[in-house]
Design a protein around this ligand. Structure first.
Ligand code: ADP
Ligand code: ZN
Ligand code: ZN
Length: 745
């Protein structure tokens, strides 16, 4: 048997090897193997079986080992890897490495335990004889004979007070059988620790949900590839629709991948999902996949899916590569989430890979969101995706009232710029008196965004990055949020020595302080990555918040998503302008999403909610559209603007980033390269730049960039790659391509 192997060693080409007789039964397409290559042992994946006709077979080396008894990359995965490599301009081995968890690549051992079960039946009078001569053996044999399932050896011996020698003797006689059994490690076994009761009962669908489920069911019944965009307002019950689609798929014998953003994988949601899924599909196990899994847990999950033992996986981005057998449904919840994009090579978007995987498999892909990405929305408008809408919130709960506060007016009235406007403060007091809860969002951690000298105007930047340092009052430091550099907060201006320092701009700590000062008897807590440094802190705080022990929760967008707290009736967005005025063509889209998601957190229980949005630019279109939760209006205006400037989804955007320690050299080579591209690819890609990246320096490394706009990504990538291979890059300039970049540098 000859196989073509895609090695994980920097070779694009597959290499051929002979499979020795003893390994042949295990070797199939997608199997992970170890092969000799240039005097080393390398990992590889069997990409093809057989060799070209006139192939010189005799001198081929042998495959050394087949790592797992199941193919690590079954079915469509090798083809998906090739597509990703071509589309995302990533070497094939980096793609395969992203697809296969480290524990699978290493072939880590499955955790096992030794078990004992009864062997052959007793002969006439055998047990009685044993009782006299070897009472310990008899005790064990009699115990095992009464058990229905194998027992963990160490436990049984300890409990019965029987020695290992006695057990061995029984095994010798054939009266007991000792076996090795795999131990299944399940992530979030204690998932319900935050005190929520899991409702495993399905809901009775409302009319909208029923129609949505019906539409999806028809597509599933028809079979074949398709994409359905499930656009449902916040609180419209999308999860229930996914669950029914999953149930339908499992009943038809198909497998399912369910992707959620990493942030949504809280124990709360996982516990709820797992309970529902396991109730939906009795006998099916649900594998949970996220970044905090241990290596062993990952390997177990992978094996359970690859062997067909589990047919469903719930997980973050990389779960899109799970070896689910007979995959028929891929669900991507919150499809607009930037978190689906990986920010290192291969820079893939999990949502787009999900669509491609469904295409290769002939499966249905369901994308869900309250605020679909412009890309998916445009595809639905063009008829490429089927559109299913949920327009009503569950039980016709009203969307919260959104109240926009003009901070310019507020500042003029109060003669100073307050953290909390009069309206927000009033509303918070009211809620506190009624024992209802408030969430305050501010998308910046720390105390203030920068330090500013009143006398000379100096602001303190990070010495390693071109970014202002953020003031953290809790420990009196200035910190760089890019590289982590910190120094003590100065008492005098480092430049002119003046003691008149101001701390403009808001951060979570300042908002927390203002809230605590406003409501002196209230319990105010803060959730951001600084506060969460301690393990399990997030979980504890959320549990206490749910239990009503916290009155006001201040946080970054960490808490904007997926959490469902019925007693929260007021949400304040303290500074809506932070996300609006960044130099990115997606800034408005992000702001709209943020506002709608934040508003969705208010009034999920029976009580009506209220949202207060503070901004200096209340007339901005995006604020007005989100005030009325007018997605269609926003999207129409946004798409029109994108069309005019040729931004995605009109065309694809590829970001070419250059990094180096010497800024002049960097600029020089970026210019040279741009000229070459202009000459060679004229008319096929449109070029912008090169320019300094919006953050021109990070950790003492300078950054320049170029954008390409194109309608045909794979071709553009191939052409750029061919040119890149020809160009003389200096060793100290690092360059990367980011296809469908999510942030502009
Ligand atoms: P979305 O994801 O669309 O924002 P969810 O799926 O989180 O909404 O559902 C919102 C809430 O409504 C959840 O608490 C959910 O359990 C509940 N829910 C969903 N469907 C129904 C239904 N048909 N009847 C009653 N409650 C429902
Ligand atoms: Zn100064
Ligand atoms: Zn820095």
């Amino acid at each position: 048997m000859i196989v073509g192997v895609q090695t994980l060693a920097g070779f694009e080409k597959t290499l051929h090897y002979r499979v020795p007789e003893r390994l042949a039964p295990l070797a199939q397409t997608g199997s992970l193997v170890r092969v000799p290559l240039l005097n080393r042992t390398r990992l590889g994946v069997i990409a093809s079986i057989g060799a070209p006709a006139d192939f010189p077979v005799s001198r081929l080396k042998h495959v050394l080992e087949v790592v797992h008894p199941f193919p690590a990359m079954p079915g469509d995965l090798p083809e998906l890897a090739r597509w990703m490599s071509a589309y995302y301009a990533a070497p094939i081995d980096t793609v395969i490495e992203a697809m296969l968890p480290a524990s699978v690549r290493k072939g880590a051992r499955l955790k096992t335990e030794r078990t004992l079960r009864a062997g052959r039946p007793f002969l006439q009078g055998e047990l009685e004889r044993l009782e006299k001569r070897a009472p310990a053996q008899a005790r064990l044999a009699a115990f095992l004979a009464r058990q229905l399932v194998p027992q963990k050896k160490s436990l049984v011996l300890a409990r019965l007070g029987v020695s290992a020698a006695a057990a061995d003797a029984l095994v010798e006689k054939g009266l007991a059988v000792e076996e090795e059994r795999r131990v299944e490690r399940t992530a979030y076994a204690d998932a319900l620790a935050d005190g929520e009761l899991v409702a495993a009962q399905p809901h009775v669908l409302n009319e909208g949900q029923r129609a949505a489920v019906e539409a999806i069911r028809r597509r599933l019944a028809a079979g074949g590839f398709g994409v359905t965009l499930l656009h449902g307002v916040t609180g419209s019950g999308k999860t229930e629709v996914y669950l029914r689609a999953i149930q339908e798929t499992l009943e038809r014998g198909g497998g399912v991948i369910f992707l959620v953003p990493e942030v949504a994988l809280t124990p709360q949601t996982v516990g709820r999902l797992r309970a529902r899924l396991e109730a939906i599909a009795p006998g099916h196990r649900c594998v949970v996949w996220h970044s905090h899994l241990g290596e062993g847990e990952r390997l177990d999950g992978w094996r359970a899916l690859a062997s067909g033992e589990a047919k469903i996986v719930v997980g973050a981005r990389s779960a899109v590569f799970a070896p689910v057998s007979d995959l028929r449904l891929v669900v991507v919840d919150e499809e607009h989430e930037p978190a689906y994009k990986q920010d290192e090579t291969p820079r893939y978007n999990g949502r787009d890979v999900a669509v491609m995987r469904a295409k290769l498999r002939g499966a249905l892909c369901v994308l869900g969101s309250a605020t679909p990405s412009m890309e998916s929305h445009a595809n639905a408008l063009a008829g490429k995706y089927a559109l299913v809408e949920l327009r009503e919130r569950i039980d016709n709960r009203r969307l919260p009232l959104i109240h926009v506060v003009d901070m310019r007016v507020e500042a003029a009235r109060q003669r100073t710029l307050p953290v909390l406007s009069g309206d927000l403060a009033r509303a918070m007091r009211e809620r506190f008196e009624k024992k209802e809860q408030t969430i305050l969002f501010i998308n910046r951690r720390g105390y203030s965004s920068s330090m500013l000298c009143r006398k000379c105007g100096h602001t303190e930047e990070c010495p390693h990055c071109s970014l202002k340092m953020t003031y953290h009052r809790t420990d009196e430091t200035l910190r760089c949020h890019l590289c982590g550099h910190q120094r003590g907060a100065p008492l005098r201006c480092p430049k002119c020595g003046s003691p008149e320092i101001r701390w403009p701009g808001l951060g979570t700590q300042r908002v927390e302080e203002a809230a605590a000062r406003l409501l002196r008897d209230a319990r105010v807590e803060r959730i951001d990555t600084d506060a969460m440094a301690r393990k399990n802190r997030l979980r504890e705080l959320l549990a206490e918040f749910r239990a009503g022990k916290i009155d006001v929760l201040v946080g970054t967008q960490m808490i904007a998503k997926g959490l469902d707290f019925p007693n929260v009736t007021l949400v304040g967005l303290v500074d809506a302008d932070i996300s609006m005025h960044v130099p990115d063509f997606r800034a408005r889209e992000r702001t709209f999403q943020l506002l709608v998601q934040v508003a969705g957190r208010a009034g999920r229980g029976d009580r009506a909610g209220e949202v207060v949005v503070q901004t200096f630019t209340p007339s901005e279109e995006v604020i007005q559209f989100s005030r009325h939760a007018d997605f269609a209006g926003f999207a129409a205006s946004e798409l029109e603007w994108r069309r005019r400037f040729g931004y995605p989804p009109q065309r694809h955007l590829i970001l070419h980033a250059f990094r180096g320690k010497n800024p002049d050299k960097l600029a020089f080579f970026a210019e040279q390269w741009a000229r070459l591209v202009e000459r060679e690819l004229a008319g096929r890609v449109e070029l912008r730049g090169p320019v300094e990246a919006p953050i021109a320096k990070i950790e003492d490394t300078y950054r320049w960039q170029l954008w390409y706009f194109t309608n045909t990504v794979t071709r553009a990538v191939a052409e750029l790659n061919a040119l890149r291979a020809r160009f003389q890059w200096p060793d100290d300039v690092i360059q990367t391509l980011d296809v469908d970049a999510m942030s502009l540098g």
